[in-house]
Design a protein around this ligand. Structure first.
Ligand SMILES: Cc1cc2nc3c(=O)[nH]c(=O)nc-3n(C[C@H](O)[C@H](O)[C@H](O)COP(=O)(O)O)c2cc1C
Length: 198
């Protein structure tokens, strides 16, 4: 059983989103579940071109990193849960995350491969109220369309997932409340993944 963490930052290093995602996945591991991180900044993923081929073949016909490197990881039956983590860009997710999620329509069209897999979301913005919740809800909407089981961060924070403030005066490392929501998210993703898929 594995939980995949997807980091939607375009950065190859120094990503604050990756910092928060790691905090979440540390808590997933406490449930004895393996974790793996995909950093989208290290891959080239084109947007969906609506060719419709995946409806007929069950595969994406765009020849890029999504098809050659990520498809098999995302389609691995051992993966029972996900944490989707994105920086806030203009109140929404990054284009890298959006491209990935649009391309993942192939898993819906193969017969709802992601149905009942567990998913939690984490967002981070430079402003304290920079659209983190809006971006989180936007991520959640995409995941519901796969029939995934969306979970919040666990109590007592229990809201929309990991919500972080990169512009904290001490840096994201000092955003104690954001770190707590990320850890609580990871805990809940691990807890529900285990309950549903053991
Ligand atoms: C194009 C662009 C748009 C952004 N829009 C927002 C925004 O709407 N709200 C916000 O709080 N931060 C915004 N930011 C700041 C990032 O969300 C913030 O720096 C985040 O920590 C970056 O994550 P990363 O270090 O993982 O790449 C934006 C940054 C960029 C480059």
């Amino acid at each position: 059983m594995k939980v995949l963490g997807i980091c939607g930052s375009p950065k190859q290093e120094g990503s604050t989103t990756l910092f928060g995602l790691k905090k979440a996945l540390e808590k997933v591991s406490e449930h004895g579940i393996d974790t793996e991180i995909i950093e989208l900044g290290k891959f080239k993923i084109a947007g969906c071109d609506a060719c419709g081929d995946c409806k007929k073949t069950g595969y994406c016909s765009i020849n890029d990193d999504f098809s050659s490197k990520l498809f098999n990881i995302l389609d691995d039956p051992e993966v029972k849960g996900f944490v989707f983590a994105s920086p806030v860009y203009f109140g929404g997710m990054t284009s890298q995350m959006k491209a990935l999620l649009d391309r993942c329509v192939v898993f819906r069209r193969r017969g709802f491969n992601w149905e009942n897999k567990v998913a939690g979301v984490l967002t981070i913005g430079n402003s304290r109220n920079g659209g983190q919740e809006l971006a989180a809800m936007n991520l959640i909407a995409s995941l519901m369309i796969h029939g995934m089981v969306i979970v919040p961060d666990s109590s007592p924070s229990s809201h929309f997932g990991g919500i972080l403030h990169a512009g904290h005066p001490g840096g994201v490392e000092c955003d104690d409340m954001g770190i707590q929501t990320s850890q609580n998210l990871g805990f809940k993703v691990g807890e529900i993944t285990k309950k549903l898929h053991s």
